[in-house]
Design a protein around this ligand. Sequence first.
Ligand code: LLP
Length: 424
Amino acid sequence: MDHFLYRNGVLHAEDVNLTEIAAEVGTPAYVYSTATLERHFRLFDEALDGMPHLVCYAMKAASNQAILKTLAQLGAGMDVVSGGEYARAKAAGVPGERIVFAGVGKTREEIAQALAGGVRQFNVESEPELALISEVARGLGLTAPVTIRVNPDVDAKTHAKISTGKSENKFGVPISRARDVYAEAARLPGIEVVGIDVHIGSQLTELAPFEGAFTKVAELTEQLRADGHRIDRLDLGGGLGIPYQNTNEKPPLPFDYGALIRRTVGHLGCEIEIEPGRLIAGNAGILLARVIYVKEGEGRRFLILDAAMNDLIRPAMYDAWHDIVPVAEPEPGAERAVYDIVGPVCESGDTFAKSREMPELAAGDLVAFRSAGAYGAVMASEYNTRPLVPEVLVKGDHHAVIRERPTFDEMISRDTIPQWLRED
Ligand code: LLP
């Protein structure tokens, strides 16, 4: 459920009319609902009620500081994957002890940055990384709290590009070698082992793969404890999917996911961390766009929008489906038409939907891409020298621009011309 509903014939974000946002900010633009963000965070928080836990929002999904602050004020931690995300989380007021640092390629600088600023733990993905963290921590006179991310070799049954828990993926250490890696960690002077980490993929629409992974983590916890390691914390990653299509697709709810966690690892007495991104932000955001032209092609009609693949890459990159709805509520029985929905970028991959049946639209009409809050704005680029898409946050009947659209001058002034090309 979300807070984007038709009211008086117009799609609203909470109590704000989207045509008004389009008039003020222009299109394309992302619009987020505070109530939806808060609701989704609370669903996870409540699903783990009774177990010591921390919900660490995977900020890669949507990382505007206003979104981070909204969640941090409810008690969220953050899952960060780069020095940039770490700096953003800190700038949004998240304390170091609520930040977990993930990623297969942490650099010396990023490790030092997080140790100096405070970090709840590093989720370590390899032996060389473990050695480097130990070295950097020693250099600073500190000990680094770590979990080791294990790769359980479980099929997440999701899109290949976002599946991470199979042995062929670059993530984590093979679970079969985990005991050796923990033994190595225990020998390193700058390392303090605090737990185990696992994350098998994103947009999971069934619980079974989670169950497979968490069961393996529970077994490993007991083995590692028997080996003398302190395993107090289990970071179970993110990955719970959302319904993208207005169909019968019904991914499991956070409540069911929480019950699974309780059943598989609840008896171990560990503190539980989870890292949901998409389920918190996905349905909390839409991409607002305007029809530029309706073009008659050979045997097809193109709806050419002012949003393009550079603003929302998911359809081009993962063949993802996003519902695209008119902002003006169609009258009952309104004409329908079949469109290929495309953007203005100069490649055929700039296609949002093929042969999509929807209410008939005309040039100038506004549309909203639903479920675009996660992996939308954060994956946007300036391809074709199109300005980075702006972001707006709504709360009740208030709204605020939380990231401005850059001007052409701002964009092009970042280039510098070397001396040998200057003509002055
Ligand atoms: N934790 C780790 C270690 C991750 O790698 C990810 C996502 C998450 C948590 C959050 O997963 P979520 O709850 O959002 O599924 N750009 C792709 C998704 C990439 C996901 C990458 N890792 C997309 O648009 O579908």
